[in-house]
Design a protein around this ligand. Structure first.
Ligand SMILES: C/C1=C2N=C(/C=C3N=C(/C(C)=C4\N[C@@](C)([C@@H]5N=C1[C@](C)(CCC(=O)O)[C@H]5CC(=O)O)[C@@](C)(CC(=O)O)[C@@H]4CCC(=O)O)[C@@](C)(CC(=O)O)[C@@H]\3CCC(=O)O)C(C)(C)[C@@H]/2CCC(=O)O
Length: 214
């Protein structure tokens, strides 16, 4: 493709835009309770959402960041609840250690089983995921029932995630599922309230994978 035009090109450096945004976020956020390791995750979440309230509502298990970095470096798998997360994650940084991003929600056997049990595909996808991904990172940004099911499986001892990034968005059970996650003593990243979403979880995971490659 020929990109030549008669227009004078507008020269904008991509890194400058991101750097300027990060400066603005730090200035506008001001004082915050996050550690130096947690802050890049909060900063990238605010960067992706322009939502300071969401950033301030984030809660980290004390071991979340080191556990996430260790899981990526160990080549552990990432399980996402929906394909939007799989599309958004910077997969090169995960694949270079041997990991990859997996989504089971649209697998025919998951759809079939959800229909048979008259339940959500999200729940069945977590049941399938735990068979393949012990020690992996679970990235849940859409489906509250996926997070609730994962929590149930952890409590039963059937699931042992390396890190859970649980920030589903919405009204039915979204805030409640995150309240339950915060009660677990396993590495987690979450937030308080209804806000969240796939883009937010992608931002958090991308911040951690950046730390893993540095
Ligand atoms: C309750 C659900 C919500 N979904 C939302 C927003 C989006 N969902 C998208 C898509 C394409 C999918 N959502 C499903 C996961 C579907 N969504 C649900 C469920 C009905 C129940 C989940 C739960 O309560 O835990 C869920 C169906 C299920 O059986 O699990 C999806 C599987 C639906 C489908 O295609 O059948 C599908 C994911 C498919 C895949 O990844 O392969 C959106 C992209 C739709 C859109 O806006 O176009 C969007 C993504 C938002 C995001 O940031 O991820 C809500 C609004 C979050 C809602 C939960 C809130 C609520 O109503 O209380």
């Amino acid at each position: 493709m020929d990109f030549k035009t008669d227009f004078k090109p507008l020269t904008v450096q991509p890194q400058e835009i991101e750097g300027k945004s990060f400066e603005m976020i730090t200035e506008e956020l001001g004082e915050h309770p996050f550690t130096a390791e947690q802050y890049p995750v909060v900063q990238r979440v605010i960067h992706a959402s322009a939502d300071f309230e969401l950033g301030r509502s984030m809660v980290f298990h004390p071991k979340a960041i080191e556990a996430g970095i260790a899981a990526i470096r160990a080549g552990q798998q990432v399980v996402a609840d929906v394909q939007m997360i799989q599309a958004g994650v910077s997969k090169d940084r995960i694949r270079q250690f041997g990991g990859d991003v997996h989504v089971y929600i649209s697998d025919p056997d998951v759809i079939e089983e959800a229909k048979r049990l008259n339940t959500t595909r999200a729940i069945i996808s977590m049941r399938k995921a735990i068979q393949a991904s012990e020690g992996g990172i679970y990235a849940i940004g859409n489906a509250p029932t996926a997070l609730l099911e994962l929590i149930r499986l952890v409590k039963e001892g059937a699931a042992k995630p390396g890190l859970v990034i649980g920030m589903p968005v919405g009204f039915v059970s979204a805030a409640e599922s995150k309240d339950e996650l915060r009660k677990l003593d396993i590495p987690f990243i979450t937030n308080i309230g209804r806000k969240g979403g796939s883009t937010i979880v992608v931002a958090a995971l991308n911040a951690i994978s950046l730390m893993a490659v540095r």
